[in-house]
Design a protein around this ligand. Structure first.
Ligand code: COA
Length: 416
C-alpha cells in the first residue's frame, strides 16, 4: 500500500530533537527524508548519552527512523553545489540551526526561492522572527521557561519546574509538521512554496493556553478556585504553580496507593468529575455524601477537597494502583495508574497498537521506540531503524547524476 506522503522529498537539515521529531513523523507517513549531516560527526545526538560504545545513541535512533543519511559539508563549494542540486529537485527543506546559520551558509530564503519556487523552507528557532530574543540559541528547558510552562508547573512552595515532556522540542516539531503539510496543500493550489517558521517559545505557549486563561481570570477576580491555593491559601497577581491540580473544571490530584512507601509510582490520578459524584461516593462506600448539602455540589466540596482526597487515600491504602483503577473504572470515574517508563515499555496494549515499537538497528540490534501516536484506518505506520551516518550518501549522489569517480573524489576531499 502506498503511503500518503510518498513522492514528497525532504532535505532534512535538522539536529537534536525539535527538527528530527518533525521529519521523522513525515518519513513515517511516506516522505523521502534525506538527513544531511556533517561528514565524520553527524547529528550530535548520534554520540550523546551513548549506552553502547561506538554505536549510535538511542537519542538519535529514536528520532531518526525511516530516514536516509547523506553526509555533506555544506560549507565547501562542492558541498554547496550538491545542496543546490538537491534543492532544485526537493519539495521541502527543514532546518533547526541556530539563528542565521542557513543564511551564513549562503542559502537564504530568497536564494532558495530562486532555485526552486515551489520549495517549502520550514524552520524551528527558539524565538520567532523579530522577537527581542530572536538571536538566542535555545534548548528544551529554555523554551519551557520562555513559554510560560515552568512558571506554572511545580508546587507552590517550590521553584519554577520544567516538565519531563518535550514541550519545547518534540512539541515544536509537531507544530512544524502541521505547518509543512499546510504549506504543501497551499502549494497544490498556488504552485508556490513558502517559508514556514515555528518558534519553541510559541509552541510551548500554545500548550499553556489555559494558563493565559487563568492569568486573565486572576486579574479580574483575584483567585482561581480550581488551584490548591483556594480557598485556604493566598494568591499574588501571577498564575501560581498548581501542583497536581486538575487545571480544568474537574478537581483532581495524585493519590497514594498500597506500596507508595517503597514504590515511587504507587499512585493514581483521581478526578472528581462533577456528574460522577454519586458513583464516586458509591465506589468509596460513602453513600451518605451523595445528598449531603455539605458535599453534593462542586462548590460545597471546594473548601474540603483535600479532606476528600484524604478519604480516598484511606480507601486506597489496601489497593495497588492497578486494583484501584479496576474498581473505579466500573463506576465510570476518570482515573489512571501513574505508570513508570518500565511499565510503559512492557505494556501489552501499547505494544499491540504500535505506540511502543521494537525496531531493528544494523549495529545495536533491537531497541524500543515510540511509534506513531496517530493511527489511520487506511495506513499502517511501519517504523524502521535509523540510518548509519552517511549510509545513503553514494545512492543520493548517484541519483543526482554523479559518477562513481566523482563520488570517490568527493569522499577523498571530505566533502561527503
Ligand atoms: N556542513 C557544514 N556545516 C554545517 C553542517 C554541514 N552539514 N550542518 C551544520 N553546519 C554548521 C552550521 O552552518 C553552523 O555554522 P555557523 O554557526 O558557523 O554558521 C554550525 O554548524 C552550528 O550550527 P548551530 O545550529 O548553531 O549549532 P549549535 O550546536 O551551536 O547550537 C542549537 C545548537 C540547538 C542550540 C541551535 O541549533 C538552535 O538554537 N537551534 C534552533 C532551536 C532548536 O531547534 N533548538 C534545539 C531543539 S532540540
Amino acid at each position: 500500500m502506498s503511503k500518503p506522503l510518498e513522492g514528497i522529498k525532504i532535505i532534512d537539515f535538522t539536529h537534536v530533537q525539535a527538527g528530527p521529531a518533525c521529519t521523522q513523523l513525515l518519513a513515517w507517513f511516506g516522505a523521502d527524508v534525506i538527513k544531511v549531516e556533517r561528514p565524520g560527526a553527524g547529528d550530535v545526538t548520534r554520540s550523546q548519552l551513548r549506552d553502547i560504545p561506538g554505536v549510535d545513541a538511542l537519542y538519535f535512533t529514536m528520532l531518526n527512523s525511516n530516514k536516509r543519511s547523506l553526509t555533506l559539508d555544506t560549507k565547501k563549494p562542492e558541498g554547496k553545489e550538491i545542496l543546490t542540486k538537491l534543492i532544485k529537485e526537493s519539495d521541502v527543506l527543514v532546518e533547526n540551526f541556530g539563528p542565521g546559520a542557513l543564511d551564513r551558509m549562503g542559502f537564504t530564503w530568497e536564494h532558495i526561492k530562486e532555485l526552486n519556487p515551489g520549495m517549502i523552507v520550514a524552520s524551528v528557532k527558539g524565538f520567532s522572527d523579530g522577537h527581542h530574543y530572536e538571536d538566542l540559541k535555545v534548548y528544551e528547558n529554555v523554551a519551557q521557561c520562555a513559554g510560560g510552562a515552568a512558571s506554572t508547573t511545580g508546587f507552590d512552595d517550590g521553584p519554577p519546574t520544567v516538565s519531563a515532556a518535550a514541550l519545547g522540542d518534540s512539541n515544536t516539531g509537531m507544530h512544524l509538521a502541521i505547518g509543512i503539510l499546510t504549506a504543501l496543500r497551499a502549494r497544490d493550489v498556488s504552485g508556490k512554496g513558502q517559508k514556514v517558521a515555528v518558534s519553541m517559545q510559541d509552541s510551548v505557549l500554545n500548550l499553556c493556553r489555559v494558563k493565559l486563561r487563568d492569568q486573565q481570570r486572576l486579574d479580574r477576580v483575584g483567585y482561581l478556585e480550581e488551584y490548591p491555593q483556594y480557598p485556604h491559601g493566598s494568591f499574588s497577581d501571577v498564575v501560581p504553580r498548581g501542583g497536581n491540580a486538575g487545571g480544568g473544571g474537574q478537581p483532581g490530584w495524585v493519590l497514594k496507593c498500597k506500596g507508595w512507601e517503597t514504590d515511587p509510582n504507587a499512585y493514581i490520578y483521581f478526578t472528581i468529575q462533577g456528574h460522577a459524584w454519586a458513583p464516586i461516593c458509591k465506589a468509596l462506600g460513602k453513600e451518605e455524601w451523595i445528598d449531603d448539602p455539605a458535599y453534593m455540589t462542586a462548590g460545597a466540596r471546594q473548601d474540603k477537597i483535600f479532606a476528600i482526597f484524604g478519604t480516598i487515600e484511606d480507601w486506597l491504602k489496601d489497593k495497588t494502583k492497578f486494583e484501584a483503577v479496576d474498581i473505579l473504572r466500573k463506576f465510570d470515574i476518570p482515573c489512571s495508574p501513574v505508570l513508570s517508563m518500565k511499565e510503559i515499555a512492557a505494556d501489552p496494549s501499547l505494544r499491540a497498537s504500535g505506540t511502543i515499537a521494537e525496531v531493528d538497528h544494523k549495529e545495536r540490534g533491537k531497541y524500543l521506540t515510540v511509534g506513531s501516536p496517530i493511527k489511520f484506518s487506511d495506513m499502517k505506520v511501519e517504523i524502521k531503524g535509523s540510518p548509519l551516518l552517511g549510509e545513503h550518501t553514494d545512492e543520493v549522489l548517484e541519483s543526482l547524476g554523479y559518477s562513481s569517480r566523482d563520488i570517490a573524489a568527493l569522499h577523498e576531499k571530505q566533502v561527503v
